[in-house]
Design a protein around this ligand. Structure first.
Ligand code: SF4
Ligand code: MG
Length: 332
């Protein structure tokens, strides 16, 4: 459906580059929710922009390709590549940006925001018909059609997020990308948004990509996921495998930091900070924070190893499973 091959992207700051995405490879399959996790600043949002062709200066793709595979009306294969993907916006791929308040025009009613975004792509219909169709869709998503007459500030944060999801999915795109859809919302509202996203996905049978720093979000709704660290995707696999059998030391630390039922012990964050993306270190980018780093880790970048069916991780320890088992015994 959507494939990234060896994609690198950077912010061109004239005197220096911030390499926000480094040689990322993965695919999003039909009819799945794919999650992208990692601490803030690890390149998740940039990666999402790259996926939907929102490439504006100073962001640029320096290497690799993004491809979307679809079919036309007659069932013939249709491929969009980076540079062209924006031509498929709304109908094939759509994007729910982060920060529901800031992306809406504060002085325009929700109705006009729908019209502005959609009318260009919608088969010729008069305004009344289109409005009736939008209202019916909002109802389907358990949103009162009255929100169409509201201004963004008259809606709660959760409601604005729901409106954005409704807008992004109204034309039934095959892929929906959502950047931190639950951030800054309280827990109950978050749960409502996640339920809405997975309901929409099931109903449309399309694909979704959810970026979130919150591992709980991934646990609740994603089928497969990737973990990013300092611009690289260091582990990819079925969500259930990532949570029950994480392989990269960073993923293990992320999972161990999660509160568990019945365990009242204080959870620690991961000590240290990620490296600068202006001059990332040689070798493994996690080495400075990795409790099991070896000399080799500081000089040579680890390869990607398949550690289970469709489960990959980039760590030198995995080149020799005996060493990995050793570390497991001593607790990585
Ligand atoms: Fe740790 Fe080395 Fe693996 Fe990097 S390659 S995660 S430093 S053990
Ligand atoms: Mg972000």
């Amino acid at each position: 459906m959507l494939r990234l091959k060896n994609v690198s992207a950077q912010y061109n700051m004239l005197t220096e580059y911030v390499k926000a995405v480094d040689h990322v490879n993965f695919e999003v399959r039909k009819n799945e929710i794919f999650g992208i996790a990692g601490e803030s600043g690890c390149g998740k949002s940039t990666l999402l922009k790259v996926m939907c062709d929102l490439i504006n200066y100073p962001l640029e793709i320096s290497e690799g390709s993004v491809e979307i595979h679809s079919t036309d009306k007659n069932g013939n294969p249709l491929v969009y590549k980076n540079g062209d993907i924006h031509k498929s916006w709304w109908k094939i791929i759509s994007y729910v940006p982060q920060g529901a308040m800031h992306v809406m025009n504060p002085v325009t009613r929700i109705k006009s925001q729908f019209f502005d975004a959609i009318s260009k792509y919608h088969d010729k219909k008069n305004k009344k018909e289109l409005e009736a169709e939008i209202a019916a869709y909002l109802k389907e998503l358990e949103l009162s059609p009255e929100v169409l007459n509201a201004y963004p500030h008259q809606l709660s944060g959760g409601m604005r997020q729901r409106v954005l999801i409704a807008l992004a999915t109204f034309l039934h795109p095959e892929i929906v990308l959502a950047d931190e859809p639950t951030t800054a919302l309280d827990v109950i509202v978050q749960r409502g948004i996640l339920t809405m996203l997975s309901r929409v996905q099931k109903k449309m049978g399309n694909s979704m990509v959810i970026v979130s720093h919150d591992m709980g979000v991934h646990y609740q709704i994603t089928n497969r996921m990737g973990i990013m660290y300092a611009g690289q995707m260091i582990e990819v696999g079925p969500t259930e495998q990532i949570f029950t059998n994480p392989q990269h030391p960073y993923t293990k630390m992320l999972i161990n930091a999660l509160p568990k039922v019945g365990d009242n012990s204080q959870k620690e964050g991961i000590p240290g900070t990620p490296p600068s993306l202006k001059q990332p270190p040689a070798g493994c980018r996690f080495a400075a924070r990795c409790p099991v780093a070896m000399d080799l880790c500081r000089t040579r970048e680890p390869a990607r190893y398949e550690v289970g069916a469709g489960h990959f991780a980039n760590c030198h320890l995995l080149s020799d499973m005996d060493i990995a088992a050793e570390v497991e015994r001593h607790g990585a």
